[in-house]
Design a protein around this ligand. Structure first.
Ligand code: PBG
Length: 340
């Protein structure tokens, strides 16, 4: 790479002393290039069936699965703090799971009930629903499996039903997280035909087959179903970058309004390249394992948890992310509010 013009024109030391602007807090604040605001954050929640129920998630300290009635005050808290959107993940009761995941398009499923209640109770907060079959399949896979193969086109039909069902319930942001080929276009067409032209599609466009999803799979109960199986025939190989750009290009061409890169921190290069190449609204998912790492080290006294969390989230902004899904959204928004 050649030297950028602004660096070439900079007089050398001692005329230039970059530490001058680092000396005082006021100067650092003045020249800070990136900022983290509550409006950048999306809080994921795990939804439980029943009433008055809360269960801690062992591998996600500070995060609880909540029944819908207990979720409402948490989403109100998001609204008060300026968190614009929440992502909802259902913990489907085991007796509702099947090989084809048909509970995904039951209008009375847990997710649809949560959406209807929250849209009424806290209308100013955006609601995002994942579109993928894994919360509903006995295999723990995101798609329909036959003879050990995840079927692409058959799965798309199921995902379209699921997306319509969520939109019908009032879901604002439909987020396909399944990585089937062609699902964004099929979902967009079906939503438009059903009168949901305003439903937003957030495509998990570059989603990698990552080991950092472990705590999430514990939280929703798909880990035991999945067993030793993996998702490498549809989620991306962590070795690939160009392929991520092809995935994003296709999803945007099929009608995605926003794209996401997932996981986050190990993939900041992907976020930066995607933002630069397409200029589209780009979200990053600071996934469960990334959150758990900071929390676990902080519990042992090995890291300053709050400081590390802030630093991680700011890194996403520096890489070019417009928004960040993170389990730390509420705690970070509270810290930002205290700092004024
Ligand atoms: C399901 C889904 C996953 C996550 C979000 N949606 C897990 C997976 O693909 O196995 C992971 C989120 C996290 O780890 O925080 N399609």
């Amino acid at each position: 790479m050649s030297t950028p013009r602004h660096l070439a024109s900079q007089p050398p030391f001692p005329a230039t002393r970059l530490r001058r602007l680092r000396r005082a807090g006021w100067a650092r604040a003045l020249v800070a290039e990136h900022h983290l605001r509550p409006a950048d954050l999306v809080q994921p929640f795990f939804v439980l069936d029943g009433h008055g129920r809360r269960e801690p998630v062992g591998s996600l300290p500070g995060i609880e699965r909540l029944s819908i009635d207990l979720l409402v005050p948490q989403v109100e808290r998001c609204a008060r703090l300026g968190i614009p959107m929440v992502a909802l993940f259902p913990c489907t009761p085991a007796d509702r799971k099947t090989v084809d995941g048909r509970e995904a398009w039951n209008p009375e499923n847990l997710l649809c009930r949560a959406i209807r209640t929250l849209k009424r109770a806290v209308p100013e907060v955006g609601l995002m629903g994942d579109v993928a079959l894994d919360p509903y399949t006995t295999t723990g896979q995101d798609g329909i499996v036959r003879d050990g193969v995840i079927l692409n086109d058959e799965t798309i039909e199921a995902l379209v039903r699921q997306a319509l069902c969520q939109a019908e319930a009032g879901c604002d942001v439909i987020a396909p997280s399944d990585m089937m080929d062609g699902r964004v276009g099929a979902i967009r067409k079906a939503l438009d035909a059903a009168g949901h032209s305003q439903a937003i599609i957030l495509a998990y466009a570059a989603k990698y087959a990552s080991a950092f999803y472990g705590p999430f799979r514990d939280a929703v109960g798909s880990a035991s179903a999945l067993g030793k199986a993996d998702k490498k025939t549809y989620q991306m190989d962590p070795a690939n970058l160009s392929e991520a750009l092809r995935e994003v290009a296709l999803d945007l061409a099929e009608g995605a309004d926003m794209v996401m890169v997932k996981p986050g921190l190990p993939y900041l290069d992907v976020i930066a390249r995607v933002k630069e190449a397409f200029g589209a609204p780009t979200l990053a998912y600071h996934v469960s394992g990334e959150y758990a790492m900071v929390k676990a080290a902080a519990e042992r006294g090995w890291l300053d948890g709050p400081a590390c969390m802030m630093e991680c989230l700011l890194a996403f902004k520096r890489a070019g992310a417009d928004g960040i899904l993170t389990y730390a959204a509420l705690e970070v928004a509270e810290r930002l509010a205290r700092q004024g």
